[in-house]
Structure formats: C-alpha cells, structure tokens
Design a protein around this ligand. Sequence first.
Ligand code: ZN
Length: 433
Amino acid sequence: MAVMSFMPVFSKREELELLQLHGLQWTVNHAYYNSPFYREKMDRHGVKPDQIRSLDDIRRLPFTTADDLQEGYPFPLRAVPFEKIVRIHASSGTTGKRKILCYTQKDIDDWAIMFARCFEMAGLNVLDRVQIAVGYGLWTAGVGFQLGCERFGAMAVPVGPSSSEIHCQMLVDLQTTVFCSTASMALLIAEEIERRGIRNKIALKKIIFGAERHSKRMRERIQELTGAEHLFDIPGMTELYGPGTGLECIAHEGIHYWADFYILEILNPETLEPVPPGEIGEMVVTTLRKEAAPLIRYRTRDLTRFLPEPCKCGNLLPRHDHILGRSDDMFIFRAVNIYPGQIDYVLSRIDGIGSEYQVHLYHREDGRDVMLLKVERDIGKSADGDRELAEEVSRAIRRHILVRAEVEILDYGSLPRTDRKSKRVFDHRNMER
Ligand code: ZN
C-alpha cells in the first residue's frame, strides 16, 4: 500500500540545522513585531530579532513560563489578529488557571502533518483502522488524533473515552488495528478483552498512548493481554500544539521528535545552562512555524535527556528519552540532586512491586536527613516477602542513585493513582525546622 510521506526531507544534520535557523529567525521576528508580550519581554532583556544569526543565539532569548501564560489569560502569547484565529484548546491545568492556546488554520494544518507523521512512524498504512479512546473537547488529545489520522489517510473510529462495552464492540465489529488512549485506559481495555475472552476475535496490532506515566510492567501486561505487536509512547502538551509532536519508533528506544517544527533544549533547571548530551534536564521548546501563539524558550518543566546516538530504525530525526518526571519535583538530598524519574527507573526494574511510589523527606533530630520511599507490593503478591523486597529496593536505590533510603512496602492500590505530572515527592524537612 503506497503511503504519502510526512517525514521532512533532509539527508544531513546541517540541512536540518539550516531549516531550524530560518524557523527561529522567522519566529523571533514574528513574535517581536506582532506580540506585545514578546516585544516587551525581549526589550526588557535587551535583545532584538536581528541579533539572532546562528542557532546558538537562541541563548540570548528570554525564557517563557507557565506563569506568563496565566498572566495573559485567556489569549496568552497571541501574535495574530483575532480574525486569523480559528480555534482554541485548553489544558486542564494541574495548578491554577487553565492554559488556553489559540491556533490559526496554518497551525492546525501543521499539527495535522506532525500527527500524520506519528502514524507514519508507527508503521501504519491507509487500510489501518484507528480507534481513538481519548477525550474530545477543549483538550487537544481526541481532535489531534482524529486530525492526524484523517490527514494520514487511515480510518478514524472516534469513540472517545466511552464505556469498555462500546470499545470492545468496535474492536470486534470494525476489526480496529490501532488503539489510541492513555496508558491506564489501554490497561483497562486489555483486562476487559481478557475478561470477555475476545482476544481471538480482535485484530489489534498497535497501541499508541500518552499523557500519562506508565511502567515497563504495565506495557508488558497490556501487550500480553491484547496481543498487540507494538506499543508507542506519544508525548505532547497543549502549549506545543498538543500530542503528536514526536513518537517512539519501532526500535522502541526513546522518542523521535519533530525538530523541523521546534527546537528542543535540555537545560539544568537550576542554572538554565545546557546539560551534557545524555544527561537529564528540563525540556525547553522554541517553535519554528507556530503563528497564533509561538513559543520562545518555553520551560515545560518536563524532564528528559537527549539520546544522541543514531537510532537503529534509521530515521535521522533526533531523539529524546521518555518523560522522566517534572523539574519542580527535583530535590536535593544529602547534597545529591535527585529527580523522581531516576527513582522510577530503578523501581521499574525490580520484580514484585507496583508502579506507584512516594518519596518522603524528613529532618531527624540528630541533624541527619532521612528519605522514606513508599512503594506498593505488586498485585496478587503476598506480604510475606515484604522485608526482602524492601531490602532489595533499598540496595537498588543505593547502587543507582548513591543515597540511602528507608523503604516501606504497602498494599497494592493504597497509594493514590496519579499521572506523570502529579506530585510524588513530599519534603517535610523545612516544616520541622
Ligand atoms: Zn528510531
């Protein structure tokens, strides 16, 4: 089946960089001359558009933050007149006001191309049937998947986050080949497929999921119950169009991101200087073509790292790792900078524990800081092995993160279920002083 390609055409890194430089210059000009917010910010920072002559000059530009979006509510960063705006989307906003972002028709078209590229990267063809189980509405997810699927040319089955009854019916009757949802929804449907004994009646090959933290074990369970050959993590945030700005590839080693649509910097969240390639830092994004609400050095607070080696799949688009947590969650314990993503990583490699955890930090009377790590025993495991399990977790933390942690094993399901933007570090140290 012949499929139109949505991949950018470039054969070397230098060609991509030239494309990025042109996009950066266009964006800075556009923002400076059309958005009072950016103009004021750049004037205050003492930088003019004509000073951006190389990609390194991006570091002359001031940062944009979530607070800036709240201050400009309900049309933050707007850089086009209202007659050019055709749509808005909003994120639920884990803290404070919703973030509302506006789009021109070109922004919507660009987003559709990026999303179609995701389906191409996942190896779909136009005969695929794509069941969309994420929410429609203000949220970018449902409409984004739909837009990309139609642009790609596959068949969209827009069910939304409906009952598992309807999902299972569509999986059987329409012979859906691709399922798009959050990770927990995928697990729910996988368990429902098992319960109903319909595994042999469905044709599911691929699952694309995002917007939520998920463990290696959760992926394995979904795959085992559905028989899907590939699971793909799709990153995305409303500020940067929505989901569809990158995708895990068929080699399953990190996420290729669409570097012809935005520049990704990975910076130390404290010093705001670039981290060495391969080290964890905060994702900071600058759009290259976005008209209505361009982003200039937007601090996402999401943590990840570059994967600098060429990918086994052969695609030249650069890669970053899965989202490893939030920079707000970084904490210092006995002079070591620790990101929850590192703890996640360690825990995901130990058998017998669930994927939820909490970190509690205390200051003891003898002056020492103590870390208490609460983790859940895996579903169906007996409490008899708790002591050994706690010791194993503690040893692994010491080996990989070089700190000592006390470990408490809890019953499965006793910690609150959270998404990857939720709080899991509780620092009680200052309160006690
Ligand atoms: Zn790849």
